[in-house]
Design a protein around this ligand. Structure first.
Ligand code: CO
Length: 422
């Protein structure tokens, strides 16, 4: 995980270094195909104290990460989802450029000057808002996780994906800034009987979901900023709905319309998709919104190698759509015994919480697991508990709301693999 290939120093060679005197050493080199995304290639001096570094402004005023940092989102073969590299995460905030993505018809390119949000239906006054209109309202900033309802679904019946990025990378955390939807609904007013709101995106899928009015009047936000800057195009630029703690799909991106009604709309994305088939009865759960408590160890995790017996800090992330994480327990013996992990402050509601657990590995095979409990007393289940409740996944890849305890097995040689409980 931590070892980096010493590649670019070799590529540059000493001849280039000798030639590069004065200003040339301060200019970005863009001729190297291997420059990681988000980075700019600069020459590496033999001794950085012996020549001036590059001047401010050569980056155009918007910075880049180190050319030695290589972690990127992993994109699935159909190019419909990308996964956050949780194995390389620090703290709890996901860099905006590494936030997971799930799109149903690509990323639309939207001119914010032309974009409008319309609120209509069972309201006293239908209103059309521009981005500038929206920004005039009092705003709030909240740090929340966002998780795809299909996150980890591949893992319900057996260990399938090799790394934590691919098993759990459809969850990320950002600071989101926007206007409470309740503020806008006070301006439009609601007519008696208003109970549901259709949220519609302006992507080519015209993504639509039905949202209960209670959520719209409590913590729902219309978000236009993420981690201190305008929200990224792939996260809904110039504005998106954000429903804290609920499955990602319902936080409609590129939001253009909210239609208030007295009943749900039963759109494609809440009937044929995003309902949870109970295979033992043939029936389905519908309108399952909340992402329940979940956790995963990010270090050590799949495809890493421990160099030998000794001290390691086990660390990972825990989150719950119902509120704060109350505790995280760690097992290093496949679930026979559990011990409390330390939770890193601040422990925020509906936010990823970093946990840490000091561990001395004796060099023998081990299975490590984490188990989260949230402030409601709900504890992360086992795979078997989920299967008992909803039936086995008989075919296809879809098992929504899969929040089972994840196991990583460590072999005597230090290699770490995704494992499934017997
Ligand atoms: Co659901």
């Amino acid at each position: 995980m931590f070892a980096l290939e010493p590649t670019r120093r070799g590529l540059l060679g000493n001849a280039g270094l000798v030639a590069a005197v004065g200003a040339t050493v301060m200019l970005p080199r863009t001729t190297f195909a291997k420059t990681p995304p988000g980075a700019v290639e600069f020459q590496v001096p033999e001794d950085p104290t012996k020549e001036p570094g590059r001047l401010m402004g050569v980056d155009g005023g918007y910075g880049s990460r180190s050319q030695f940092e290589t972690d990127v989102r992993w994109v699935n073969p159909t190019r419909t989802a990308s996964f956050t590299p949780l194995q390389a995460s620090y703290g709890t905030i996901t860099p905006s450029g590494l936030h997971y993505e799930r799109h149903h018809a690509g990323i639309p390119n939207i001119d914010p000057a032309r974009h409008r949000l319309i609120i209509h239906g069972m309201v006293d006054r239908p209103i059309r808002y521009s981005l500038a209109d929206l920004k005039r309202f009092p705003t709030v900033s909240r740090t929340y996780f966002l998780e795809c309802s299909g996150s980890s679904g591949s893992e319900i019946m057996k260990a399938r994906e090799p790394t934590v990025q691919r098993t759990h990378g459809l969850v990320s955390t950002s600071e989101w800034t926007g206007v409470p939807l309740s503020t806008l609904l006070k301006q439009t007013g609601l007519t008696p009987g208003a109970a549901w709101v259709l949220a519609e995106g302006s992507d080519a899928a015209v993504m639509t979901r039905s949202v209960p009015i209670d959520k719209c009047l409590s913590d729902a936000l219309i978000v236009f900023a993420q981690n201190g800057e305008a929200i990224r195009p792939e996260q809904g630029y110039p504005m998106r709905l954000f429903l804290p703690g609920w499955e990602g799909n319902i936080s409609i991106k590129w939001l253009r319309r909210l239609e208030v009604s007295d009943k749900p709309f039963y759109t494609r994305e809440e009937t044929s998709k995003y309902t949870d088939l109970i295979t033992t009865t043939g029936k389905a759960r519908i309108f399952t919104f909340t992402m329940e408590a979940k956790s995963v160890i990010t270090f050590p995790s799949g495809e890493m190698n421990l160099p030998g017996a000794g001290f390691y800090e086990i660390t990972g992330l825990a989150w719950s759509g119902r509120g704060q994480i109350a505790r995280v327990e760690i097992s290093t013996d496949g679930g026979k015994s559990w011990s409390l992990a330390a939770l890193q402050d601040p422990v925020l509601p509906i936010c990823q919480t970093r946990f840490r657990f000091p561990w001395i590995w004796d060099g023998t095979p081990a299975i490590i697991q984490s188990r989260a409990t949230d402030e409601t007393g709900y504890t992360q289940p086992t795979h078997q508990q989920l299967v008992d409740e909803r039936g086995p996944l008989e075919s296809g890849p879809l098992f929504y709301h899969m929040n089972a305890i994840q196991s990583w097995s460590i072999s005597a040689d230090g290699s770490v693999k995704n494992a499934h409980p017997a």
